[in-house]
Design a binder for this molecule. Sequence first.
Ligand SMILES: Nc1nc2c(ncn2[C@@H]2O[C@H](COP(=O)(O)OP(=O)(O)OP(=O)(O)O)[C@@H](O)[C@H]2O)c(=O)[nH]1
Ligand SMILES: [Mg+2]
Length: 544
Amino acid sequence: MPNDSDPFAEFVRPPLNETSSERAARKIRESEERRVSDAIDEQIRQERQLLQKQKDLTKILLLGQSESGKSTTLKNFRLAYAREEWEAEKVSWRAVIQLNLIRSILSILETVRAEIDGEPLLELDDTKSADIPLDGNDLDPSIQTQLSSDELQRLQTLRLRLSPLRRVEIDLKLKLGAGTEEVTSMDQFPDSWQPDPERVQITQKSRPKRIQGDEMVVRGLRWREFLSHGRTTSFIGRTRASIDVQDSVDRTAAEILAGCRDDMKMLWMNPAVQTILRKRRIEMENSAGFFLNDIDRIASISYLPSDDDVVRSRLRTVGVQEYHIFVPPENSRTSLKEWALYDVGGSRTMRRAWIPFFEGKLPLQRLTFGLILACLQISLLSYFVSNIAIVIERRLLNGFPGSPFAIVAPVSCFDEALLEDSSVNRLSDSIGLWKAIVSSKLLQNTTLICFLNKCDILKRKLKNGVQFHHSVREYGSKPNDLTSVIKFLKESMKNIVHKYTVNQKRMTYIYTTSVTDTKATATTLGSVRDSIIRANLASAHLVV
Ligand SMILES: Nc1nc2c(ncn2[C@@H]2O[C@H](COP(=O)(O)OP(=O)(O)OP(=O)(O)O)[C@@H](O)[C@H]2O)c(=O)[nH]1
Ligand SMILES: [Mg+2]
């Protein structure tokens, strides 16, 4: 009898007069259909799960030029929210810190040699020499420092005794890869960069000596593997023999450093050396990877890095590196939030490595941007930001509007010029970039978080008597102290937001940071975390 109440019953009912073989065939067919249907259901379930995970994932991209403090900011995040991984990796930073110390010593030796040889002062190297004011007590740079024959002899002896450090430097550089090379001059890089692999290839071939794109990426990955060595005793790509070689490099480096400990201290504390450094306007304390006040600890056979050592160490980022952290929620009823942090190399050569990566692999629906406007070498930033802005715009156009967007900006570069254009002040360049981001229509719904970084260096500069108003005329006759300068900078940043933002309701947070100060930064990160969580909730329309 047909079932009038179910119109589909007719289609699913077995045929009348079905033979037993037809019935068996039908059963097999139905079971196969069920299997396919279940597989599709499972696939849909997994895709939903993945989508949900993607939706719940907050992505933070740290942007900025080389030496701006991106990796240092990232280290602070990891120190706070990925403690286990941090602890496991800590020992692996020993080689980086040893190399940082050796580099400082070799750079002092080089400066002393230049002075003894009567070499003229070089143009200011902005990675080392902030504008240390030449007050009444300063030395005339044109006069060669007069060293007594005893002093000269002492320095020559120290130079000789410290020469084994050069071998260790080479070994450590080989071990750690291309990140150990600093980008020193803009003229090494083409002005206009396009992510064209063929062009990149040609450029690389034509530059035999420079650090090269692909190599850096490969080495960058190797560096991450190297870090994981702290956790596991073997990893892909490392043979037993290579581990033995590395272990012997570690041992030799530690032994040679320990053997040079007293001489390194003597060099650093030598009054004649200090005079030469001052005369040549080299302020070691402001340079990346400064460990000269920790020689006793670091140049010891049993040296193990402290948290602070790791945070202060310098290794240039190569390519794009991704880290995941789990951030506790504001209230205990919700579960941990997963954040993906992307740290990119800020130098120009690095950009060709990270832009295709972001274009191809990173759906930016929940993206928080951390943009570090470096206090040193702001020059790179405009290129950097304009490239990233293009990527963001494409993504946003692809249907991801409203992502939270955090900007991290540095401040101590107010008296420095762009490396590639000495007529452009770095701070104004940085403010120009802030303006560009703020006024972008496509980013109008993003939450902006701005970090004004390297405030400790700013403070030192101001204390040394460098006048802020000499570089920033609008500052006028306000006091030349940190509080007043920071207040002025914050207000300037806020004014730009008010003046140029399309959406006046967007949230903007501005923080002052010295990210090498982990304690103070931990407090700031707590506020940043809350801001980002709130911004995410707002963008998910959970709160208005
Ligand atoms: N004094 C001081 N030093 C800082 C601060 N932030 C970063 N540094 C130091 O500056 C150097 C460069 O910092 P990084 O975090 O490696 O810079 P980066 O932006 O990651 O540079 P790339 O990887 O080349 O793009 C490191 O030696 C840091 O210790 C700061 O606020 N104050
Ligand atoms: Mg870095």
